[in-house]
Design a protein around this ligand. Sequence first.
Ligand SMILES: Nc1nc2c(ncn2[C@@H]2O[C@H](COP(=O)(O)OP(=O)(O)OP(=O)(O)O)[C@@H](O)[C@H]2O)c(=O)[nH]1
Length: 363
Amino acid sequence: MTANLGPSTGWSPPPDDQRRLQALRRYRILDSLPEQAFEDVVQLATTICGTPQAVVTFIDEDRQWFKASRGIKGEETERGIAFCDIAIRRPDEVTIVRDASQHPVFRNYPQVTGEDHLRFYAGAPMVTPDGFALGSVCVVDVVPRDLSLEQVESLRALARMAVALLELRQRELEAQRLLAERELATRELQDYQRSLEARNTALAEEARRDSLTGLLNRGGLEQATMGGFWAGGGQFTVAVLDIDHFKRINDNHGHATGDDVLRLVGEQILQAVRGGDVAVRYGGEEFLVLMPATPPDGAITVIERIRQTVASHPDLPVPVTLSAGIASGQAGRDATESVFERADQALYQAKRRGRDRIEVADD
Ligand SMILES: Nc1nc2c(ncn2[C@@H]2O[C@H](COP(=O)(O)OP(=O)(O)OP(=O)(O)O)[C@@H](O)[C@H]2O)c(=O)[nH]1
């Protein structure tokens, strides 16, 4: 098995080297961090073969790169002068050079002529299951020597083990990649779900509101008053507000002006009410304010402020007045509908008594 091949003139890659390199890249081993399993391979190689040096080396496009080494400095050398580049061209054999200084070609290699003083080399190619020799497990000595048949077979076995390690490593990398992909997909799905939920919430919120004024609409009112809306106990007050002669505003100044008026009145209502109150555009130009834990006096102050603000608002395109009816009830005793009914009656009174005023329903 003494190597009698080798580049006699210049260096050229073996045939089909591109496919071999592609296979090598798939293992993603080049320039990877040291791994104990490969360190163990070189340790076993030196122990079994009795050499001071051993390497697990991979043949890249123009270099050989050491995954693990013993007794050898550096982590890569030029491919054109690599003994292992010769070894991988004979994937079925262990290439053995007993005395490189006597070899017609290797004798001129710098690691033979120089201070490395390489004399002995034995390399077992690492051949993948699909037949690509990616590199070798090799042992080196500074004196000429030989290997026994058992040592040669052991070196071959170590090369097979190194390939098995490579395969395992690749499967683990692949599993990690799939896991990362799955995590990414899960995260993307969660993001999508969150955006859908946010959109749903936004849509639901939109559906609860009157688009012109931003106040709650009737649906929103129902939702807001579901459950224990008045649960705070005590007196609560309902106010119904209505823009006076709104039809005239529409008729005389146009629908768009009417809309502006509605928008501005809505704003004033929203600004005047408290956090726990519920402000609703109940119908065309009719508004509703529900005030929990509020006696009539407190409610009158709020609604009067709205009435006055609207009556003298500088941004209104036309003079606008409001009429309002107010009624109070006792939480737990009076139904909201009946209090609302009384507030509506009070509004009717306000209209009848000349508009631009607030009427409070009797208890
Ligand atoms: N611009 C505008 N007008 C609306 C809207 N919704 C209802 N209206 C109009 O509001 C007007 C309400 O008129 P009426 O119910 O007669 O009440 P009013 O003219 O305010 O009279 P009083 O309430 O008795 O003072 C109608 O002309 C409706 O067409 C809206 O969203 N925008």
